[in-house]
Design a protein around this ligand. Structure first.
Ligand code: C2E
Ligand code: MG
Ligand code: MG
Length: 575
């Protein structure tokens, strides 16, 4: 009797627990733990019943992340989920005792807000939620994702119907309205029944629309002789009172599409101006800036059209890629960049050395020039040891056949340091500030002259010694247990001749011959004291090196095949 009773009781208990668990699943969104649609209905009904009690009013708000699908696509669902979870936690901390938060699905949160009834206190609370939504999300130690969000609100009155659906429909309408005004909305929320407050058009937008844009040019010189090689075209806006606005003053007030339009205007103007200068006897190249974010919608045919209408060949144009966020659809952007390179236009990575212009971009994108950021350069007089970074990038550029330019050359001392260590292209105030076309002409007529004697300053001397020391150090190769002198490598029967013999390649072997060819051309180049790595004699060394590297890799491939064959043969032997 008792055992049967106990069994029954246990079964009942188990059933009870299972129902509880089910209840829990039904009540909460499993990802964020926020209440779900069912609990939202209950909470709404509950609060609606007490509407007007103690002077409190109720508002229902839909909080929605813009382009959330895009985030899932680009960063993956794990990141998307993390953002939702963090968002829920953020919102939770802002809830009062009578508020309620739910996530009925997707990227939407719904909020039941209790407030004292006057519009101002509702708006104050909405502002606080808006701030929480707009705060960045840390993806890693460096990467912060900034999301846009929108909030649609329906404020209930004492005689509002007790149907959540109807109220949500109103909130959703306000949401759509505020999303439609993303470009010019004053704030990210809208209350149903009110007109979205429009932001007054910014001064920058107005000036751009009125085509009050000018293009100024900053010369770029050859570090060996001071000759002007080209110019960077930089946008300026001229205000009504004649004052010039720099990009730092107007870019923050422009939307991405407007910045894109600006870049096209700069290109068009620069094409005309540079063609004009060419007629006057100065054949320069030029570069202009394009934000990386716009490469996904970059218009290749527009570029081709602009080129077709100009006498400036594509090879004399460089697009500088600026990155201000990590929000970049890599594959699509890379495809556009391939297209740009295929036309013959050069691609430079701007501001290398700042957080966003990473070496990974250099490896993955078809970039053929890098511009070292002024942040690296400006501090050189205070921290001359930082020159190591520039020197290393110089090496990387040299070996990956990428051009290198240093910008922000602000003082004569910095110029001296960079010229002394042989930076090939320089740009900065010490040479010239960005100037309008007429002043650029004057610069070209009285060009900048580099002092003949280098180094010319103590810091230049410091840089020179540092650079030569590192060169000497590099000619001493730590190789296994010993330090080898470069000469030992170049001389006949030297280190690598012996290594080749040891690996089984006799002096008559093609691999050995390829090494000898490289060796003799290198010796010749060293003896000839060539003045640049572009010289024919040095190109021949590079060619010989490529042949040698190809021969080594081909030989290795052959070895792998032979080994595979051998093991196949020995397998057959066993059978
Ligand atoms: P950026 O492309 O890195 O351009 C170089 C900036 O450094 C220019 O500022 C230039 O005046 C400044 N600069 C040059 N030499 C020196 C120097 O020795 N010392 C110091 N302290 N600064 C120097 P600017 O013209 O104000 O442009 C700022 C940024 O605005 C540019 O940086 C570029 O990112 C952006 N920008 C400029 N024009 C355009 C444009 O047409 N389209 C787009 N999308 N962005 C532009
Ligand atoms: Mg630039
Ligand atoms: Mg730059």
């Amino acid at each position: 009797g008792f055992a049967m009773l106990l069994g029954l009781w246990r079964r009942r208990e188990a059933l009870h627990q299972a129902t509880n668990r089910l209840q829990l699943l039904e009540d909460f969104d499993p990802l964020t733990g926020a209440a779900n649609r069912r609990r939202l209905e209950q909470a709404f009904a509950d609060r609606h019943q007490r509407l007007g009690e103690g002077g409190e009013s109720l508002a229902v708000a839909i909080l929605d992340l813009d382009d959330f699908a895009q985030i899932n696509k680009i960063h993956g669902h794990a990141i998307g989920d993390r953002i939702l979870v963090e968002l829920r936690e953020r919102l939770q901390t802002l809830l009062g005792p009578k508020d309620f938060l739910a996530r009925p699905g997707g990227d939407e949160f719904v909020l039941l807000l209790s407030y004292p009834g006057d519009r101002k206190s509702l708006v104050d609370r909405l502002q606080i939620f808006a701030q929480a939504l707009q705060m960045g999300f840390a993806l890693g130690p460096q990467a912060v994702l900034r999301l846009e969000a929108s909030i649609g609100v329906a404020a209930l009155s004492v005689n509002s119907a007790p149907f959540l659906d109807g109220v949500l429909r109103e909130a959703n309408q306000a949401l759509l309205e505020v999303k439609a005004h993303k470009q010019d909305r004053e704030q990210i929320w809208a209350i149903y029944g009110e007109k979205t407050a429009r932001r007054a058009q910014s001064r920058a937008q107005r000036l751009l629309a009125e085509k009050a844009m000018e293009v100024w040019y900053q010369p770029i010189i050859d570090g060996r002789n001071g000759h002007t090689l080209g110019v960077e075209a930089l946008a300026r806006l001229r205000d009504d009172d004649g004052k010039i606005l720099t990009p730092g003053e107007f870019l923050p007030y422009l939307h991405l599409e407007e910045i894109q339009e600006l870049s096209w205007m700069v290109l068009a103007r620069a094409l005309e101006d540079v063609a004009e200068l060419e007629k006057e006897g100065w054949p320069l190249w030029f570069s202009f800036n394009v934000p990386a974010e716009s490469f996904t919608e970059f218009c290749l045919p527009c570029l081709e059209g602009a080129l077709a209408n100009s006498k400036i060949p594509a090879e004399r144009i460089t697009i500088e890629i600026l990155e201000s966020s990590d929000f970049l659809d890599q594959t699509q952007a890379a495809r556009v960049m391939q297209g740009i390179r295929a036309i013959g236009i050069n691609l430079a990575l701007d501001d290398v050395g700042t957080a966003y212009a990473s070496l990974q971009r250099l490896r993955d994108l078809p970039i053929n020039k890098i511009k070292i950021d002024q942040g690296f350069v400006r501090e050189l007089p205070a921290h001359p040891e930082d020159l190591h970074f520039i020197r290393t990038l110089q090496d990387l550029a040299l070996e990956t056949h990428v051009e290198i330019l240093v910008e922000g050359v602000e003082t004569a001392e910095i110029l001296d340091m960079l010229v002394t260590i042989g930076i090939p292209q320089l740009q900065g105030y010490a040479i010239s500030r960005p100037v309008p076309l007429s002043q650029l002409r004057r610069f070209l007529e009285n060009p900048f002259s580099l002092q003949a004697q280098r180094p010319a300053t103590l810091l230049g001397l410091y840089a020179g010694i540092m650079s030569i020391h590192s060169v000497v150090k590099k000619t001493l190769q730590p190789m296994g247990q010993q330090i080898l002198v470069l000469g030992n490598v170049i001389q006949r029967e030297g280190f690598y001749d012996q290594a080749l013999s040891r690996l089984g390649y006799s002096p008559g072997d093609p691999l050995h011959l390829a090494y000898r060819a490289y060796q003799s051309r290198l010796s010749r180049a060293l003896a000839a004291q060539v003045d640049s790595f572009q010289s024919t004699i040095w190109q021949e060394v590079e060619d010989a090196l490529r042949q040698l590297q190809k021969a080594i890799l081909a030989e290795r491939q052959r070895e792998i095949l032979v080994a595979a064959d051998g093991s196949a043969a020995s397998l057959r032997g066993q059978m």
